[in-house]
Design a protein around this ligand. Structure first.
Ligand SMILES: C[S@@+](CC[C@H](N)C(=O)[O-])C[C@H]1O[C@@H](n2cnc3c(N)ncnc32)[C@H](O)[C@@H]1O
Ligand SMILES: [Zn+2]
Length: 283
């Protein structure tokens, strides 16, 4: 019925079969994996089948975001840190897993759009076939260490990397997470095109959808956002407006942006001590 409504009879078909059997048998230009719960049991078949575009939804945010650590290790072969940026952690763990599944089939990926909204994570990745592209993609995976005491974090790309365990800011022992995707989360051109297409259509949630994608488009491509509330609590100062913090960081010559992950958070390339001195008006 939907195929007819959208006039897609020549390029789309329906089939009532187990997704794993169908996807292992047949190649599709676009595979949109939207199961109930975890996409993990279908990632291998979907990665084999997808030729141009793979889209994945995950609603199992507890294993992805570190709330159910062992389940995350079982499903995604990764350790997720359940800290203030757990939503971004979940998205990057899913993307890391997608990258590794594609690599088994000698495919690389380019993340076109990805987001963590409400209780799910969603990713759209363009596929680049060939072992070289797969190798290039795997170079974007790595680990993160995080200090729960002062919010200092460090990340490093690579499969076997040495990570400092002691926080250089406060001396606390840090936690390590990974393996996860440390590459880009959005492609600006793709995001603009999606917004253009949404604008043209009579869709119910068009305003909301455009807002999410526009925030993704404007978001800095730097791993792991800062939660302003948490930093201000650590500093015992009142939280300023997020726009002010972003402007202050830019005025000091750093890149800074809002993030779609949370309204009270921001992304920046400024070091933690600079961020903290700006928030306490001591810069
Ligand atoms: C979250 S719904 C998909 C919703 C759909 N994407 C939409 O936007 O309307 C999940 C669907 O996956 C189907 N499903 C669950 N396990 C499956 C499997 N192993 N093979 C094929 N389909 C499956 C369910 O029957 C259900 O229709
Ligand atoms: Zn610390």
């Amino acid at each position: 019925q939907n195929i007819k409504l959208n006039d897609l009879s020549d390029i789309a078909e329906t089939s009532c079969r187990n997704a794993n059997t169908l996807l292992h048998e047949k190649r599709f230009n676009i595979v949109d994996l939207d199961p109930f719960g975890s996409p993990a049991p279908y990632l291998d078949a979907a990665s084999r089948s997808a030729v141009n575009l793979l889209e994945v939804t995950a609603t199992d945010t507890a294993p992805l975001c570190g709330a159910h650590l062992n389940s995350g290790i079982r499903k995604y072969a990764a350790v997720a840190l359940n800290n203030e940026y757990h939503s971004e952690m979940g998205l990057r763990i899913l993307l890391g897993s997608v990258a590794r599944h594609l690599a088994r089939h000698e495919k690389g990926m380019e993340v076109l759009l990805s987001h963590a909204t409400r209780h799910y994570v969603r990713a759209y990745v363009g596929i680049k076939s060939g072992a070289k592209n797969a190798d290039r993609t795997l170079k974007e995976l790595g680990y993160v260490t995080h200090c729960d005491n002062c919010s200092y974090r460090e990340w490093k790309k690579g499969y076997s990397v040495f990570m400092e365990q002691t926080c250089p800011e406060c001396g606390t022992e840090m936690k390590s997470g990974g393996l996860l995707w440390l590459g880009k989360l959005h492609d600006r051109i793709f995001c603009s095109k999606v917004i253009e297409e949404i604008e043209k259509r009579p869709l119910g949630k068009k305003k909301k959808a455009c807002k999410i994608i526009q925030t993704c488009l404007d978001e800095l491509d730097i791993p792991f956002f800062y939660d302003q509330h948490r930093l201000c609590k650590q500093l015992s100062v009142a939280a300023p407006r997020i726009e002010k913090t972003i402007q202050d960081l830019r005025d000091k010559g750093y890149a800074a942006s809002r993030t779609h992950f949370s309204g009270m958070s921001f992304k920046t390339d400024a070091p933690l001590n600079v961020i903290k001195s700006i928030l306490s008006n001591m810069y």
